[in-house]
Write a protein that binds this ligand. Structure first.
Ligand code: F6R
Length: 613
């Protein structure tokens, strides 16, 4: 987690670029903020606990003069959020400043060595050690770069770092291993940052750095090297130029565009994002390659974390019910449970919006070591997942800035449903013309999602959950997966304990909690008419029951005691149910969070990209 940015320019003050970058990176962590500017008198650092906006106005950052600098927004790992632990961190003499995203595994060993060598370490962070390590290596090096390389080669764990030093006021050094880092190539300036939105206002020309790459930027130069077992290899100018990609989406996609929160903007964007996923992938031959791989594999393992895992659960459902293929879902951080049983001939489908989630990448690495092939499903071109997978396929949902995943969930489902349909052709369950019909039916999804958003915005009150601190969100069949995602949204942004389990399980224990008025929501999908019994048993015990369902789905028995919320019709097509039901719960969670006074874009203790263990 954490967001870093480093900028150097030939002729302009870079503080406003860093400010904007920090605003765009805030989704990665908001425990503390800091800036270092290299000016006439050396490096000056401003840093404080708290969020980006208060920091920028408190220190009037935009008016600080200087053409080279760093910025950081923190998600605390080593040491609590406070002013001292905020980045940038400096060496003993205040001549080197460092910002870092990642976690150093050999933190204790490095700290002991540096203290023995007389360094005075003032914070509890692992990052500060990097500044002292470079300072130390300078004694054994003929240039700052050599000291930087020597220091970096002693780091273990994950890191994306940007470093400035007083003696080279027009240069930012960088390095990355397992934490994302991009270079924004500008006119008269260059920048490094954790993510593209940090620089998109200023340039759309981007280089995605690979693991193990390091180097420097000046206002007119980008130098990249690779740290290999054989030593340091320079990446040729031609290769660097060939790696520059032009980002199609612009400033608008990365800004709120009039909405009070990114989360609401991204919920409302779903008709477009779902359409973009559909249209961008429907004729992509890579889907056919994936389908034939899935159809011929021994075992299929589906993995991811959080929302991406929930999308993975819907995939296991569609693979079974459309393509007739069994698959095993596994939460990425629990991959060890399966590891021993995975081998050559197996295919892993790893799902990650960011493509940088540590747990998911570790699962991918572990399964690949066992010989499995990996299909990476991600939203971010050039992300670690896209590079480490054997085959990468993109959601094309556009950037998602709100910490809570919304539009990427529906896009993941769309993409995974397309893959399931193409797999059905390979397994022989669908013929060519049937595949066409199934694929065509998905074109309706953007309209359903639009209609569902419109209805939900209108009917959901600000405090749906009242004073309740707990709720059940239940479903059966596919609805059980939709409900799981709904509960996660309510928990993470409204801080209400929303629990989800397959509705049939109520009678095996959870129903004991039901008393008068306990909120129970059902996501009723068209595959599971048995849910009626579960609705009735909850209503009979005084629960406040709300059934959310497609309007043309008639439950076998009318349940008078339950409130029914009619979402757009899906013609009994189970492939379309997630688009009808999901927005209802996203909007419920959003309204509930805002009404309770929480900022849904910055849920406490969370960050958008989880690059730590
Ligand atoms: C929930 C949420 C998280 C992510 C999870 C995986 O709203 O956003 O649960 O889904 O951290 O992230 P990705 O998909 O980037 O791997």
């Amino acid at each position: 987690m954490c967001g870093i940015i480093g900028v150097c320019s030939i002729d302009r003050n870079i503080a406003p670029m860093i400010s904007l970058g920090l605003r765009r990176l805030e989704y990665r962590g908001y425990d503390s903020v800091g800036v270092a500017i290299v000016g006439e008198g050396g490096i000056q650092v401003w840093k404080a606990k708290g969020d980006v906006d208060s920091f920028l106005s408190r220190f009037k950052v935009d008016s600080i003069a200087g053409r080279t600098g760093l910025g950081h927004t923190r998600w605390a790992t080593h040491g609590p959020p406070n002013d001292v632990n905020a980045h940038p961190h400096m060496d003993c003499r205040g001549k080197i400043a460092v910002v870092h995203n990642g976690v150093l595994r050999n933190f204790v060993a490095l700290k002991n060595i540096l203290e023995l060598r007389g360094h005075s370490i003032v914070s509890e962070t692992d990052t500060e050690l990097i500044a002292h390590l470079i300072e130390d290596e300078k004694h054994f090096s003929s240039s700052f770069f050599e000291a930087f390389v020597r220091a970096v080669s002693r780091l273990e764990g994950s890191y994306a770092i940007a470093v400035v030093n007083e003696d080279e006021p027009h240069r930012v050094y960088f390095a990355r291993v397992k934490s994302p880092l991009i270079i924004g190539v500008g006119n008269g300036f260059n920048a490094v940052a954790s993510d593209i939105p940090a620089v998109i206002e200023y340039t759309r020309r981007i280089i995605v750095l690979d693991d193990g790459e390091l180097g420097w930027i000046t206002p007119g130069e980008v130098k990249v090297f690779k740290l290999t077992d054989e030593g340091l290899m320079e990446v040729s100018r031609e290769e660097i130029l060939s790696r520059v990609v032009f980002i199609e989406w612009g400033v608008e996609a990365a800004s709120k565009h009039g909405y009070p929160h990114f989360m609401l903007k991204e919920i409302v964007e779903q008709p477009d994002s779902v359409r973009s996923t559909y249209e961008g992938n429907v004729s992509d031959p890579v889907l056919e390659t994936i389908a034939s791989l899935l159809a011929s594999s021994d075992n299929i393992i589906v993995t991811g974390a959080g929302t991406s895992y929930h999308a993975g659960l819907t995939f296991t459902y569609y693979l079974a019910n459309i393509a007739g293929r069994h698959s095993i879902p596994i939460i990425a951080s629990e991959h060890r449970i399966l590891e021993g049983a995975v081998g050559r001939g197996d295919v892993v489908v790893a799902i990650s919006q960011s493509g940088e989630t540590f747990d998911t990448l570790e699962a991918v690495r572990a399964f690949r070591r066992r010989g499995a092939r990996v299909v990476g499903v991600t939203n971010v071109v050039g992300s670690a997942l896209s590079r480490e997978a054997d085959i990468a396929v993109y959601m094309r949902a556009g950037p998602e800035i709100g910490v809570a995943a919304t539009k990427t969930f529906t896009s993941q489902i769309m993409l995974l449903t397309l893959i399931s349909i193409y797999t059905a052709r390979e397994t022989g369950l669908l013929g060519g013309s049937e595949v066409k019909v199934e694929v065509a039916s998905l074109a309706e999804a953007p309209n359903i999602v639009r209609e569902s958003i419109g209805r939900s915005l209108e009917i959901i009150s600000d405090r749906e959950l009242g004073e309740h601190r707990s709720a059940y969100i239940l479903g059966r069949g596919l609805g059980a997966h939709v409900a799981k995602e709904a509960a996660l949204k309510i928990k993470e942004i409204a801080y209400v304990h929303a629990e989800s389990y397959p509705a049939g399980e109520s009678k095996h224990g959870p129903i004991a909690l039901i008393d008068e008025g306990f909120p129970v929501y059902f996501a009723a999908t068209t595959d599971s008419p048995e849910i009626t019994g579960n609705i009735m048993e909850m209503a009979a015990r005084g629960a406040r029951v709300v059934v959310v369902k497609p309007e043309d789905y008639k439950l076998p028995v009318g349940v008078k005691e339950a409130k029914t919320v009619e979402m757009p019709p899906t013609r009994g097509d189970i492939k379309l149910d997630p688009y009808a039901l999901t927005p209802y719960f996203q909007i419920l969670a959003y309204k509930e969070a805002v009404a309770r006074g929480y900022n849904p874009d910055k849920p406490r203790n969370l960050a958008k990209t989880v690059t730590v263990e």
